[in-house]
Design a protein around this ligand. Structure first.
Ligand code: FAD
Ligand code: UDP
Length: 368
């Protein structure tokens, strides 16, 4: 049987970036992937000439110039800008919170008018030291925006009351006093033309690949055919859950095809009422301006996590973080295994962070 310098467990963005650098350095690489396709959660698939983001909307955004050039050298990116709309009780509001939102909410036209309303509402709450997400939001944007655009979305997304959630979740949302619907503050943004799967294919060109292969079910054999292992799967599963399973928030995606050219007027529409069970609907053809007589949408439903379901969002509370640290301590004892990516680090990473981390790790590994 062929022997490899490296075995990479998982063909997601972390594993693929790591593999690409190893291959460029002349190393032999075997990638094993337990799913029946490559690319992990950024997998896109052409259906009716539309690139469908199977695991939810993925928009690449970064201020890291090296990362942006790195991915653009492999596949060209278009100029897609994410500007979601929020739907609440029959009305649409622009996101993120900006002058368009404030105009739609209160009919105001100038930053001074919007600031005056927000300041008055924030003052009325009289919160000096926000202890949870609700208090954090009220002390940032006031009662109207909180009730209409934050509370319902957040409580269904996380399956908990906003008063029981950590404040940091909401700090990610920008607040702008200008007419600017760009959801992200980064310098660069776009979607790979031809889909994320093409990006991953190009990254792993030259590696051997086994799909439908669960490393942990074939560990002895796979360990014996490679000098070193890069593991991008869940860290608790690697250690057979010996300290107990880490908790996640899961999602359920319902993909629908509609026999009309467009289903909705915007790529991403958030549903901010608690009573509507999905958090957002995305219409895939907008990402790359795909032409098709039909259209494909995904309804995204938050879901409770239990072992066996897909892991989406790590629950980085104190209990889970300290459990993770116990696993990390075990991982540090293994000299020939590198743990990388969102599942092995038990942390949410945007795609640019994932590429950055993989580049840093592989360079260290190669002694560069
Ligand atoms: P993964 O993509 O999960 O790859 C890990 C791979 O390992 C998987 O393919 C898995 O099947 C495989 N694997 C696991 N265990 C084994 C095993 N035992 N044997 C073999 N294979 C195994 N980021 C952005 O920058 N912009 C966005 O708009 C954005 N949107 C997102 C939307 C959602 C709903 C979510 C959840 C995330 C989003 N992200 C976004 C983050 C993005 O998905 C991650 O940065 C990226 O997927 C991380 O890649 P990874 O390789 O670490 O993990
Ligand atoms: N959020 C909200 N209303 C929205 C969109 C987001 O209250 O319309 C909150 C929600 O708590 C969410 C957090 O902001 O978990 C981060 O949102 P983001 O869009 O960055 O995360 P995503 O849901 O895409 O992972």
């Amino acid at each position: 049987m062929k022997h490899y310098d490296y075995l990479i467990v998982g063909s997601g963005l972390y594993g693929a970036t790591f593999a690409h650098e190893l291959l460029k350095a002349g190393k032999s690489v075997l990638i094993v992937e337990k799913r029946d396709h490559i690319a992990g959660n950024i997998y896109t698939k052409k259906v009716d000439n539309i690139d469908v983001h199977i695991y939810g909307a993925h928009i690449f955004h970064t201020s890291d110039e090296e990362v942006w050039n790195y991915v653009n050298d492999l596949v060209k990116f278009n100029g897609f800008i994410n500007s979601p709309l929020a739907y609440y009780k029959g009305e649409y509001y622009h996101m993120p919170f900006n002058m368009n939102t404030f105009h739609e909410m209160w009919g105001v036209n100038t930053p001074e008018e919007a600031k005056a309303i927000i300041e008055a509402q924030v003052k009325a709450e009289n919160i000096t030291n926000p202890k949870n997400l609700e208090e954090q939001a009220l002390s940032l944007v006031g009662r109207d925006i909180y009730e209409k655009l934050v509370k319902g979305y957040t409580e269904k997304q996380w399956g908990r009351r906003a008063t029981e959630l950590p404040a940091f979740i909401i700090k990610r949302l920008p607040l702008r006093f200008e007419y600017n619907n760009n959801y992200f503050n980064d310098t660069y943004q776009g979607i790979p033309i031809g889909g994320y799967t093409l990006l991953i294919q190009r990254m792993i060109e030259g590696a051997d690949l086994r799909l439908n292969c669960d490393y942990l079910k074939n560990k002895a054999e796979l360990d014996s055919i490679a000098d070193k292992i890069v593991y991008t799967g869940p860290i608790d599963e690697y250690f057979d859950y010996k300290f107990g399973p880490l908790e996640y928030r899961s999602l359920r995606f319902e993909i629908e095809k509609h026999n009309k050219e467009y289903y909705q007027k915007n790529c991403v529409i958030n549903y901010n009422e608690y009573e509507i069970p999905w958090t957002r609907i995305i219409e895939h053809k907008y990402f790359e301006d795909d032409k098709s007589p039909v259209t494909i949408i995904t309804k995204e439903y938050p879901d409770n996590y239990e072992l066996g379901k897909e892991r989406y969002y790590a629950i980085n509370d104190e209990k889970n973080n300290s459990l993770y640290l116990k696993y990390k301590e075990e991982a540090n004892k293994l000299n020939n295994v590198i743990f990388g990516g969102r599942l092995a680090n038990y942390k949410y990473f945007d795609m640019d962070d994932t590429v950055r981390k993989a580049l840093d790790d592989v360079r260290k590994e190669l002694g560069e």
